[in-house]
Design a protein around this ligand. Sequence first.
Ligand code: T46
Length: 359
Amino acid sequence: MKTILVTGGAGFIGSNFVNLMLNKHPDYKIINIDALTYAGNLENLKDIDGNANYEFIKVDIRDREKIDEIFKNNEITSVVNFAAESHVDRSIEEPEIFLTTNIIGTQVLLDTAKKYWKVNPNDKYCKEYKPGVKFLQVSTDEVYGALGETGLFVETMPLLPNSPYSASKASADLIVRSYNETFGLPMNITRCSNNYGPYQFPEKLIPLMINNCLKEKELPIYGDGMQIRDWLHVSDHCTAIDTVLHKGKDGEVYNIGGNNEKANTEIVKLIINTLGKSENLIKYVKDRPGHDRRYAIDNTKITTELGWEPAYTFEQGIKETIEWYLDNTQWIENIISGDYANYYDKMYSGIDEVAAIKE
Ligand SMILES: Cc1cn([C@H]2C[C@H](O)[C@@H](COP(=O)(O)OP(=O)(O)O[C@H]3O[C@H](C)C(=O)[C@H](O)[C@H]3O)O2)c(=O)[nH]c1=O
């Protein structure tokens, strides 16, 4: 039986992944560890309550002692590391937590996996690991920096991150790479484009706009709104990670994109129109500092080498996502009333405050 340690499994992408894995692989055990910060919510996992193959442990990935104890008590065969501080705007306000969680937290996991997975733990030079073990680092296309009007991100591009968030993720990627080169630790890195879908915290563009629209609050678009993102449905992202976990070649990086390039304003207008609201709600505000102009992913490697492709069209995905938020207004209220509430209110309750924060 495989035992997969999923970190950050109460967050948006992590909880979608835990749900997928338990349904798709009924013979796997999933251990979900999560610090339950503002963006994590066990309500995201209510459908698997009582599943005998699932265990939740509240822990911060920076807690070396507790991580060690989890590896000691369980025969873990893979780690899928979703745990991260992920919001770019917040990384501009308070970078430190991004560096400690995203970089040091990853290093703690790598050290512990190395310790427990080595065939000979006492040999510092041992590069032989138990069969089938793998560390999968979930990363982001933001590590490549920004694209101009043309071109796509490919895995061989240099890392040129622009925000404290993306710099922390790029640093973690390099640490993971170094553990593979220096210690032979089996690993893959995946770099996804912008995710959307159910259970996304309403600080990110799509759920923020849906939530504000439903409450008839202003919709803050940064700068000219012509920045482009490549939108990937979270369930496509999860099937891609499952594919890389099982078929990814050791030491390789795989980009994961949705083949859906859209300008921010187009997305916001689509949400407004679907919800039958007025475009007068849109308010163009001061631009995000260091705002990346365009992200777009070349999926050739994962498609040709591993046979994965996104299944969702954006039209279908956004329709289902809007419906999900309409059906789960209480979930939104619950998640934004936690310990992040003050920060959330400050950031998103009024446009003038948003603009002030961006100054
Ligand atoms: C919240 C917000 C965003 N925006 C703009 C800023 C971006 O051009 C775009 C998407 O912003 P968001 O913060 O949702 O996502 P990104 O900054 O592209 O980053 C996201 O996708 C990558 C892959 C990750 O790895 C990040 O973890 C994830 O947060 O909308 C606005 O114009 N107004 C707003 O109120």
